[in-house]
Design a protein around this ligand. Structure first.
Ligand code: KIV
Ligand code: ZN
Length: 385
């Protein structure tokens, strides 16, 4: 079976969701959880965008060992230099440079001719390769770009040293058939395309981001980009949990493997939802509260007789567990510790002791301590240590 690399951009494109502003500690916890989830690449942020962003990308690069860590840069030497300063600590640093290629963006935003865009892209990719072992180049607004121009610029940036070419549907405009064709076209018309990995990056403005991503995979994409819970600019990005579970459940039609540890999905979704403040709708596929609930009598009867009557995904596959343990004043240190692990934390014994003290104080005020209460305690602990 062919393999697809998972590129998570929850901490960059996801954080571009209106109203979301993660602090460094929250970003670090999410990064650690993404590593446990098994993402191949995580985009930790946009280092040149602010001092705080730089610091949190650097900390993530210093901490994460088994996923490659990348950061976004405009096609500018100063952005590339700043990104290198933050990312050179990573086990496998990479850079993600983007430059728009559609007539709309080149004319109105960049105010550059197509030739100037090619020149800038080539110059910046080769500059980046003097430092980074892996450089991804994104043709922003690829789906509204001229196909022949796109093929030409891709050929040139590959010669300049790009190792991954991303074709983003920046405005969520394309259909699955069109997006699949774009990948096929580039594979057939760019002579040096076999030297790189082709990546899909879809937005959900028309609700087709996941379907488009799957179409790209079927047409030669070997990397797929998205976010947990599908958060991101405007209507968001493709939901990684939906893509990964679709590949697992429909392996008959979509014979591709990923490195994701699927039973970490629910925990990752909960953490991202909590820290971003973006609630997951109950009916959200794979991780919504109702994804495994059955309301009608006929469905309940069927599921009780055999779950496969109305469930194509088992709750266990994505880490949904019936948790009957209610944390309250009678709960002990063991139950407290288990719950912190279930929430995705890997605390030291000293942190557990301190957290347990705070937990006990809270049980004097509240009958039941919820996961939200625990997250508050856990964030407080991380701030102190
Ligand atoms: O959607 C987009 O085009 C992007 C680029 C920066 C890759 O997020
Ligand atoms: Zn995007």
């Amino acid at each position: 079976m062919a393999h697809v690399n998972i590129f998570d951009t929850t901490l960059r494109d996801g954080e571009q969701s209106p109203g979301v502003n993660l602090n460094g500690l929250e970003k670090l916890e999410i990064a650690k959880q993404l590593e446990r989830l098994g993402v191949d690449i995580m985009e930790a942020g946009f280092p040149a965008s602010s001092k705080n962003e730089f610091d949190s990308v650097k900390t993530i690069a210093q901490t994460i060992r088994t996923s490659s860590v990348t950061g976004l840069a405009r096609a500018k030497k100063s952005d590339i230099d700043t990104a290198w300063e933050a990312l050179n600590y990573a086990a496998e640093p990479r850079l993600h440079i983007f430059l728009a290629t559609s007539p709309i963006h080149m004319t109105h935003k960049l105010k550059k001719t197509p030739e100037e865009v090619i020149e800038t892209a080539v110059e910046m990719v080769s500059y980046a390769r003097e430092r980074f072992p892996q450089v991804e180049w994104s043709a922003e607004d690829a789906c509204r770009s001229d196909l022949d121009f796109l093929a030409t610029i891709i050929e040139r940036v590959i010669d300049a040293g790009a190792t991954v070419i991303n074709l983003p549907d920046t405005v969520g405009y394309t259909t699955p058939e069109e997006y699949g064709f774009l990948f096929r076209y580039m594979r057939e018309n760019v002579p040096n395309i076999d030297r790189v990995s082709l990546s899909a990056h879809c937005h959900d403005d028309l609700g087709m981001a996941v379907a488009n991503s799957l179409a790209a995979i079927e047409n030669g994409a070997t990397q797929v980009e998205g976010t947990i819970n599908g958060i991101g600019e405007r209507a968001g990005n493709a939901s990684l949990e939906e893509i990964a579970v679709a590949l697992k459940i429909r392996g008959d039609k979509l014979p591709y493997t990923t490195n994701l540890v699927l039973h970490e999905l629910k925990r990752t979704s909960d953490m991202v939802s909590k820290f971003t403040g973006m609630k997951v709708p109950g009916n959200k596929a794979v991780v919504g509260a109702n994804a495994f609930a059955h309301e009608s009598g006929i469905h309940q009867d069927g599921v009780l007789k055999n779950a496969s009557t109305y469930e194509i995904i088992t709750p266990e596959l994505v880490g949904v567990k019936a948790n009957n343990l209610v944390l309250g004043k009678h709960s002990g240190r063991h139950a407290f510790k288990d719950r912190t692990i279930a929430l995705g934390y890997d605390l030291t014994e000293a942190q557990i002791s301190e957290g347990f003290k705070q937990f006990k104080l809270l049980t004097d005020k509240k009958k039941e301590v919820t996961d939200d209460d625990l997250f508050t305690i856990l964030v407080d602990l991380q701030t102190k240590n």
